[in-house]
Design a protein around this ligand. Structure first.
Ligand code: FAD
Ligand code: NAP
Ligand code: FMN
Length: 589
């Protein structure tokens, strides 16, 4: 079922009204609220005005926020007053007064809350969390079945709300990467139910900014309909001697009307490597021109453009294990040992798995049936539109490794590096509203971005220069070797000499016997760093999530404790307050 898009503050046109009233009438006649199981009747104006519908979202890259905005439009259409807020803006005292709540939340890291839901979850999961008997709720979870903790954040919140006495008004929906249609359908079903729930006593007023819903700016270019752009620049930044291949790309935006802001990410639709496609076809013993039921194009084209053939799906792994009788894999799967599975899979693509079976042992139809759709990859944009008019820049590390003597390449990074020149490459902007330069141009900015993590900070610096922002800028950057990996060195030198970059602290990890990382430099300069924070500084982190971002977070806590004279607990409170004020934000992956 496709729900038409209605901007949050848009007047409805005749078609939309007709569709909505028909849809809602149909649902009212077939939906029952939990509790007494009675068929709901349409909400009276008194009921509708009794309490707002709180639509709370937790997001890292904007998908959940987008769904929340669409839900707000549907709530208005159903006669409710929606209030949309990020989860971290909600304190427990206010949360406990809410009568009708929809939570839209993605999952990040390894089954974790997205950054802007972490403080909320900390409070909700604490023993001190209030009872929520007055609340009716529904949870819409966004995730990716490729991860172990599929939709874990949504599952945790859903379970906890029930534990605290809240009543579920809609069954939780767990959405995979293709979430749009399923989420729309869920919202369409949940809204009429929410509209029939008696809000009871009025709640304390929500903050004005949450009541005044901004229009959701929907670009015509999105994941399902990307803009076809050409790459105008593809140049290697790291030296030929570097262990890494980091490249700078520029995409032409032509007359697309595609807009972005410093801090946004670009979605890129990749194309698989034809060498891998051919090798897989050979292993399957399949004809490249074969037509499979349900697929519109010849097999080789489908494998090239439609399916994830590099990273093996869970379904493929399970089926290979079933057919191959591979002792080690069988042992790992039988014991559900996630870490052992991750280690065993590290560096293996679908072809490596197929090679565990005799050649031709799996039919092309079976193989394709076990694949996931090919997904876009996200890249933090490394330009400001104020400095790179009509273009968008990316800074990408090519993923390359060798397993069992065969060269493997990351799908998107090597497509862009080797095969995309002269091609039309599908792109779209993924907004990251939480990751922006401060609106106060005078505010100091501290940026921690080793490796490709420098990308959004190049954009920030360009943005601040173009705006003539007077605030000081401090960048922590590093990679393996200064001689080979100091990307954008000249630009940074110019930014330093012109005074734009007030401080540049470098950490080249492998130029000496002991590792020097960005957090080493942070600690060395802890006193000044704390002073910048005290002067209203904003602290940003971008790059590797699993190792760097965690260690940088620890260093930040330690610095606040050491230089602010705080206990460990007080340092955590201080850092949490930075998060609450949106002065500590991350773009980590
Ligand atoms: C919000 C966001 C912003 C991002 N910004 C950037 C950015 O600015 N620049 C950037 O370069 N990337 C960025 N990324 C990462 C990017 O999206 C891709 O994940 C990355 O380019 C790899 O994609 P790929 O298609 O080339 O590789 P894939 O085909 O997806 O393969 C990656 C997989 O290969 C395997 N692998 C990787 N290295 C090895 C190895 N050495 N040995 C064995 N196996 C290995 C791992 O299983 C890994 O998961 C960002 C990600 C997100 C979510
Ligand atoms: N999961 C992994 O094992 C792994 C490995 C590499 C890259 N990646 C992924 O690659 C992308 C980013 O790669 P990139 O090439 O831009 O940069 P990167 O691999 O993050 O390396 C940049 C710099 O960070 C250093 N570093 C390593 N561990 C660190 C830590 N705990 N704290 C601070 N700095 C640390 C590296 O040093 P050294 O390399 O000398 O230690 C290097 O000097 C991300 O997607 C990341 O998740 C993952
Ligand atoms: C680095 C990274 C880690 C992720 N981890 C998980 C995970 O553990 N479980 C899951 O279900 N989805 C995971 N996802 C998928 C996201 O939840 C999914 O893409 C979602 O649509 C993102 O929504 P958002 O833009 O609102 O954050 C991860 C995505 C990324 C990029």
């Amino acid at each position: 079922m496709k729900v038409p898009y209605i901007p949050a503050d848009a007047p409805f046109d005749g078609d939309q009204r007709a569709w909505l009233s028909g849809f809602l009438a149909g649902l009212h006649s077939r939906l029952a609220i939990d509790g007494d199981g009675s068929t709901p009747v349409a909400a009276t104006p008194q009921q509708q005005s009794a309490s707002p519908l709180h639509i709370l979202y937790g997001t890292q890259t904007g998908n959940a926020e987008g769904v929340a905005m669409d839900a707000a439009a549907a709530a208005r259409a159903a006669g409710m007053q929606p209030v949309v807020e990020p989860l971290d803006d909600i304190d427990m005292a206010r949360f406990a007064t809410m009568k009708r709540v929809i939570v839209v939340v993605s999952t990040y890291g390894e089954g974790e809350m997205p950054d802007n839901a972490q403080l909320f979850w900390e409070a909700l999961s604490a023993d001190s969390a209030p009872r929520l008997e007055a609340m009716n709720f529904g949870v819409l979870a966004l995730g990716d079945t490729g991860y172990d903790g599929f939709c874990q954040a949504g599952k945790l919140i859903d379970t906890r709300l029930e534990q605290l006495g809240a009543r579920r008004m809609a069954t939780r929906l767990d959405c995979d990467v293709d979430y749009e249609d399923a989420a729309s359908a869920w919202v369409g079903e949940a809204m009429p139910i929410a509209a029939t729930i008696d809000g009871g006593q009025a709640e304390p007023a929500a903050p004005a900014e949450a009541m005044a819903l901004p229009a959701r700016e929907k670009s015509q270019w999105n994941r399902k309909s990307p803009y076809s752009s050409v790459i105008t620049v593809n140049k290697r930044l790291s030296s030929a001697a570097s262990a890494k291949e980091i490249r700078h790309f520029e995409f032409d935006l032509g007359d697309s009307g595609l807009v972005y802001e410093a801090g946004d990410a670009l979605g890129v639709m990749p194309v698989n490597n034809p060498i891998l496609v051919s090798a897989i076809l050979e292993r399957l013993g399949a004809d490249k021109d074969a037509a499979l039921p349900g697929l519109s194009r010849p097999l080789d084209q489908e494998l090239t453009a439609s399916f994830e053939i590099s990273t093996p799906s869970r379904e493929l792994i399970a089926e290979i294990e079933r057919r191959a009788g591979h002792d080690e894999l069988s042992h790992i799967l039988r014991h559900g040992d996630k870490e052992a599975l991750e280690n065993w899979l590290w560096g293996k693509d679908s072809l490596d798995l197929l090679q565990l079976l005799p050649s031709g042992a799996m039919s092309a139809a079976d193989f394709v049936g076990l694949l996931k759709p090919l997904q876009h990859r996200a890249y933090s944009i490394s330009s400001s539109p104020l400095a790179a008019e009509g273009r968008v820049h990316l800074t990408i590390a090519s993923v390359r490794y060798t397993t069992d003597g065969r060269e493997h390449g990351g799908v998107c990074s090597t497509y862009l590096a080797e095969r995309a020149e002269g091609e039309m490459v599908g792109i779209f902007v993924s907004q990251n509203k939480a990751f922006r330069v401060p609106s106060d141009d005078a505010a100091p900015v501290i940026m921690v971005g080793p490796g490709t993590g420098i990308a959004p900070f190049r954009a920030f610096l360009q943005e601040r220069r173009a705006r003539g922002a007077s605030g000081r800028n401090w960048l922590f950057f590093g990679d393996q070797h200064r001689a080979d990996d100091f990307i954008y060195e000249e630009e940074l030198a110019t930014m330093s000499s012109t005074g734009l970059l007030t401080r540049l602290d470098l950490a080249f990890s492998r130029d000496q016997s002991e590792k020097i990382y960005v957090q080493t430099r942070m600690r060395e300069n802890g006193k000044a760093l704390y002073a910048w924070l005290e002067e209203g500084g904003h602290f940003y982190v971008c790059g590797d999530a699993t190792r760097m971002a965690r260690d940088v977070d620890q260093a930040l806590h330690d610095i606040v404790a050491a230089h602010g004279g705080h206990s460990a607990d007080a340092a955590t409170t201080y850092v949490n307050e930075l998060k609450r004020q949106k002065r500590y934000v991350r773009d980590v992956y």
